[in-house]
Each structure stands twice: as C-alpha cells, then as structure tokens.
Ligand binder design. Sequence first.
Ligand code: KIV
Ligand code: ZN
Length: 525
Amino acid sequence: MTIKENQNSNSANKERVVIFDTTLRDGEQSPGASMTLEEKLKVASLLDEMGVDIIEAGFPIASNGDFEAVTEISKIVKNSVVCGLARASNNDIDRAADALVDAKQSRIHTFLATSPLHMKYKLQMEPEQVLEKVVSSVTRARKYTDNVEWSAEDGTRTEHDFLCRCVEAAIKAGATTINIPDTVGYTMPEEYIALLEMLRDRVPGADSVIFSTHCHNDLGMAVANSLAGAMAGARQIECTINGLGERAGNAALEEVVMAINTRADILPFATNVNPEYLTRASKLVAAVAAFPVQYNKAIVGKNAFAHESGIHQDGMLKNAETYEIMTPESVGLKETSLVMGKHSGRAAFADKLKNLGYDLGDNAFQDAFQRFKELGDKKKHIYDDDIVALVDDGLATSNERIRFLSLRVVAGSDGPSQATLSLEIDGETGETTATGDGPVDASFNAIKTLFAHTATLELYQVHAVTSGTDAQAEVSVRLEEEGKLVTGRGAHTDTLVASVRAYVSALNKLLVKREKTKPVSLIAS
Ligand code: KIV
Ligand code: ZN
C-alpha cells in the first residue's frame, strides 16, 4: 500500500476527534514561553484558520494580561470555539465568562484536583467537599454557556470509585465534556485505556458527554497516551503546538494529527486540522514563545525529513517511501527556495510573504520590506527561512518601548571587549560605551547601563538560520526577574546585533509584565 492509499484507508469508518489546542494556556505556562497580546492574536488566528476545533485562549483570572488575551481572541476567532480556564470558584468562572462574551462560540473549562495527594496537600479538602465543589462549579459555568468542560486534575492518579463519583456529579450538573488529565505525565497507554473504559462503563450518563485526554509528557508518553485515549473512546484530544507546556510539555498537536493521518489503517479517526499548516504553526509558536524546536523533533524538527546517510539517500532517490512515511509537503514543508536578492521588488516580496503564509498590514509590510533590503545588502542569498526569521523578528519588536538603534563592538584576544550601544527608550535616544568579558558581555552591560534593571540572564542561545558564514544568527535570551521569566528573540547576520535585539525584546516583554514601570526617565544619565 502506498502512503496515500494508507492515509485514505477506512475513510468511511472514521470518527471525528475534536482537537483542543491549549498552546495559549498550558503552553504559555511553560517557563519562559510567555507571549505578548499581539503574538497571542497571531497564534489564535492561525489555529482558527488551520481548523483547530477549540482554542483554549488563557486563564482569565490569572492576570489582567490573560483576561485581555481571552477577550481579544474572542473577538477575532471566526470558526473555532474559544475557551477560558477557571478553577472551581465563582470568581474564576465569572471572570472567564466575562472574557468570553464576544466569542461567536465559547466554552468554560473548569477543573478541580481529585487525587488523594492533591486533595490532601494542595487543596486541603475532604473528598466530600471536592465533590460539592464539582457540582457548584459546573452549575455556575452552565449559567453562562451550555458548553462546559470539567477536568479532574491529576485524574490518572485518582482513586477509581471517587473519580466515577466526580465524573457522574459533573455530568449531572451539566458538563458536556469530561477531561481526564494525566497532569503529571505518569500513566501508560494500557493503563489510560483501562481508566477511560472503566469510566465509560461505570458512570451513568457517560454516553451523553465527550471524553477528553490531556496528557503531559514527563515520561515521553503524551502522544501515545492521547491516541490510546482515543482508542478507548475519547473524542477530544488536548494538545499544543510543538508540545509546548508545563515541564516536559503536552501532547504535540502536530504529532497527534499526523499519527491519525498517517496510520489511518489502524487509527479510525479524522480531525478537522489541515496538516499543511503544521510547519507554519510550529515556526510561529517557536518564534513568538522563543522556544526553539529540537532538531530531531517529530514532524516539525529541522531534521524530521532530512536524510544524511548514503544508504538512506540512495533509497530516497529510488523511491521516497523507502524512508519517508509521510511527505514533507503534507505537513506544509516547502523546499527552501532561493529568494531573489536585494534587487527584488515589492511585488515579488509581497508574493513570497503570501506563499510563506504571512498577511502583514501596511506598516508591518513596509518595515519587513526595508529590513529585507538591508539583509540583501549583507547577504548574497536570501532563503525562505531568512524571510521567516526576519518577519518574525519584526513582529516581536513592533509596539515596543525599547528599540535597538546601533551597536559597535571592539573585541579580540587582548583585553576586555568594548561595546558602544545606542537605544531608543520611550522616544528618547541614549548611547553608552561599556566593557565586558567578551563582546556579548560588553553589549549586555551596555544595555544594563542604558536601562537599569535587576533581571538576570537565564539562557542565551544562538543558532544559524541557514548555512554559510553569512547566515543570519537567531538568538534567544531568557531573563528572570522576581520569579517572572520572559524570553526574547532576535535575528541578524551579525550575531552580536541579534543578541542585543533578543535581549531588548526580552526586556520589552518584562516591561509588559511589570505593569507599574514608569515610562519616563528610563535612560540613565
Ligand atoms: O494538566 C492539567 O491537569 C491541566 C488542567 C488544568 C486541565 O492543565
Ligand atoms: Zn496541563
């Protein structure tokens, strides 16, 4: 059977599995993966466009930023259901409902921990109190919408009889989706199948609701467990782009979708997601969350379709199916093509952006075009990946209070390095010269002189966008301040300029987090 035949097999018997994306909620909870409102809107509209059924847009009570994100996402999403998370309290649920008012279709997702460990140590509640709260929270959520999801946090470590009672209570109170999270990524496929089958067998009313999986990846089993859940009757899978999420992350959306598409012969399911968007979604999320994708990551890693060994290359040339179980095109991976150089015009550039899936407004387009021209002056060949890095870098740096202007560095084997940096901060230009142990240290010291702050550098990562010594460097910088983690990204043919841009981008994100920072006299005299 060819790949195509395999993908089309059983088409008549496929059952629809709802794809619930929680990149903007569970994914964003990942340390350092915070996104600005503008970035969240970009991700939400792409998820909407690619056919994700439900977008969990945030946890509205968690912060004003989360509330605003859910509110604004609710306004722009056209097809997907927009979902807001809420703990089992009236305030949480009311806040989620407020944030969702403008959504065409909305869902309130309320959760409560049910495992002995969580009830005793985290909630400090007796099981009977938990049960009461399940009922009161679902009842409260139903006042606002008839689309209510209830989750048994740490469900896979919950005692079975008690879990059955909670699920039954949630269904009776009006929940329409019942989620059984593997919160700590502990379960195994067979065990998860048995748990879901047990619930579907024993709980009265189980056949009137949709069961859902929400699997974390602590033992690398998230996708396997999610698919096992579907085999056991779950018809919703919660997942994130690139598997972003708490600790080791969640089930990766792209892996779930491609497993279902590629193994249609034994997985009789269908999703609404257009797989040709997967590469683009992965790149966008990696860029805005400044969370690089590991090279050998399934489906969207740089090496996912690369064939290095001679034997494999030989096989590939004779018949691609010898070593490829899906085609790169099926996940939207296009041959990286040469873009014209610095002589390319506006129309060609606009066309390229369209092909790469960008729809920029006038200002963003002008800015991207100017930076494309600048890049053309420095780099002979500009590839698709260069354009993606350039545009994503621009998206991350619009509407920011601190702007990079220029950098001059003196470095070498003798003596300290010296960086002369110029930044614009809230419209004022400042310049300083600082020294350091190497050019990166000197450049970052110059930023600290111009903009005093106490944040510490937690991560500094560089990678080349394409090959060659004139390749653009893509730098990620993670800063920590009073427990808040932010990550910024910068791209440039000069690694030091990319480094400063990344640092500045992280600082800008920190400013958004520190709502009380005064906009005046930021430049040290
Ligand atoms: O992992 C978990 O249990 C969660 C719930 C809030 C669904 O993220
Ligand atoms: Zn989770």
